[in-house]
Design a protein around this ligand. Sequence first.
Ligand code: A3P
Length: 290
Amino acid sequence: PESNSHTPLGPNWQFGPCFLPEKSRQYMDVLENYEVRPDDIWSVTFAKAGSTWTQEMIWLLTNNLDYKRAKKSVFERFPYVEFDLIYEKVEKNVIEYTNAMPSPRYLKTHLPAGLLPKQLWTVKPKIIYTARGLKDLAISFYHHMVHIQGYKCGLDDFLDAFLENKMFLCPYHSNEKDFWYLRNEKNILFLRYEEMKKDLLGVIEKTAEFLGKSYSEKELFKLADHLSFDSMKESSSFDLAQWVGTKTDFRFIRKGIVGSYREEMSQEYIDKFDEWTHEYNQQNGTCIIP
Ligand code: A3P
């Protein structure tokens, strides 16, 4: 994407690129000129960074902790804006669907800042960005692409493509970097998956404050319980495979462990990911977890 002079990062900031299927070109204008509302709430993440987890937290905090309504699929309550661009077989026009949604709307995207609607930078709705350690994210992404998207490739080939920034949605680094530099904007909250794992209650409190919501300690504990891995794993609200019509036993809420990449990634790839990210951090002043 071209640099965008409307952003708080100024006219010389060059937003990161994005590896997308050719077909997605036709959506770029639509997305760029998408009408943003001031009371929209956007959840922005690279794929597999914990979007669904963050979405559920945001939705409940801003819907009076209505667990009954939260039984509806998260993909309906909190639609994925560029869905059409990815799931070619699904005949759902998400852009139309979101345009018809009553306010406040909840909108999820995995696209980098440079492909998001221009109005995000002028209308300034609340945006929550979630980052994740890269090796866990890459392994999670691999399982997702194989089981839900039907990719037929081995892990090492997938990781090679990821390292070359030639995997769908890549590069990860600049996706996080753009929001890292935007993180002090009043309308932006920057979260990390690892922080949610370590101190979910603390993250819930911080997010509630950002969203202008206040709940009792008891209510916050109940929400933390609802957002626990075991509780979310049991719920059918997060079953993406079912939502997109893929027949698989794959569980979208899969492992939920920090460092589980060690079970599958060889030392050679661990070293490659670490060196790659350390170098990127040094050159770009970022704090990406390799
Ligand atoms: P793993 O595949 O490593 O288990 P996204 O929603 O962005 O696609 O991210 C999915 C990842 O978040 C998966 O990671 C999933 O298990 C994890 N996740 C979802 N809900 C979670 C929860 N309540 N606690 C911990 N991890 C969760």
